[in-house]
Structures are given as C-alpha cells and as structure tokens.
Design a protein. Structure first.
Length: 188
C-alpha cells in the first residue's frame, strides 16, 4: 500500500496539515542521538529513529478493518456548517482573485479569518464540547473585522461592506440559535 495508511479521524483542516509535523516534532524530541534529531526531518515519510520506534511504537491500523471517520450530526447542524463553509469558499475565492492587488496585511487578515473559520467548522463537525463557545467567539470577532478590513485594504470602507458583514454575523447568530438544542447539548 502506498500513501497515508493511518486515518486522520478529524475534520479539522489545520490539524490535517500539521499532524505529520507534530509527529515529527515529537519523535525528534524523543530521539536520544542528536544525529537522529536532525535526520528525522530529511528522511523519507514514515522513517523513525530505532530508539523512538522501540519506546513509542505507532499503532498501525489493519486496513481490512478500516472504518470511515464519521461523527453523528443533527441535520440543522449540518446545514449550518455547510452554509458557513460556502461563505469561506466565497471569501477564499475573493482573496485568490485579488491577491496581486491586496496588501500583505490584507492577505494575512483575510487568510487568518478563513483559517479560523475553517478551524471552527472542523471543531463543530467533530462535536467538540467547546464548539458553541468557539463559534460565538468567531462571530464576535467579526466586529473588529468590520473595522480592520477596510483599514488594511481588504475591502473598501463603505456602508455596504459594514452592512454585509454585520448581516452575515446576525444571520449566523440566528442560524446558530436555530441549531441551539443540538449544539448546546454538545457544549454541556
């Protein structure tokens, strides 16, 4: 079998990209020899120092018994996350379309917003107990975004932009309220 054989078991896009580096970092810290601590970063995928592999064996799943990662979600919660995801696709498309004309600060703010939003959606899809609090924090952070985005040139300072982002936040809050029975059970 070629490729990744250990299932991710997460909907978090940030963790999907960082999990391999986290494993490399942990193995590098655990290696006894300095040579292995450096070598691990340049060896082929899956290589581990012998001492680390012996002391900290990785559990390789039997792929004939593979089970798809699936978290049960209420239909309302699925719709909420899907609509939020569409919003982040639109924002990401906007950023990619205008990347050459936007300042670095605008791109950092825009892509930071996208990364935070996708992280929060991943947390919601995993039914984490803190998903509701994190989603509320994300919505509250839209208030400084209304002020910061025009300041760094992410979009023009106009009443339409303010009304658009505040309307999005309000509609998201209403959507979250409509999902409240399922989400609040998860948060408790």
């Amino acid at each position: 079998i070629f490729g990744v054989t250990t299932p991710l078991a997460s909907w978090n896009p940030l963790w999907a990209n960082l999990q391999f580096y986290a494993q490399l970092w942990a193995d590098a810290r655990r290696a006894e020899r300095w040579r292995d601590k450096l070598r691990i970063w340049f060896m082929p995928t899956g290589w581990r120092p012998a001492d680390v592999a012996a002391r900290y064996p990785l559990n390789k799943p039997d792929l004939s018994q593979f089970r798809k990662f699936e978290v049960p979600l209420d239909g309302r919660q699925q719709w909420y996350v899907a609509l939020q995801f569409c919003t982040y696709i639109a924002l990401g498309s906007y950023l990619m379309n205008l990347e050459n004309s936007l300042s670095v600060a605008a791109l950092v703010l825009g892509w930071g917003t996208v990364a935070l939003g996708l992280f929060v959606l991943g947390v919601a899809l995993e039914n984490r107990p803190w998903a509701l609090r994190l989603e509320l924090l994300r919505l509250v952070l839209n208030l400084p975004l209304v002020w910061l985005a025009p300041l760094v040139g992410l979009w023009p300072a106009s009443p339409v932009a303010w009304v658009g982002l505040l309307s999005y936040s309000l509609l998201s809050g209403i959507g979250l309220y409509c999902c409240r029975s399922r989400v609040t059970r998860l948060a408790s």
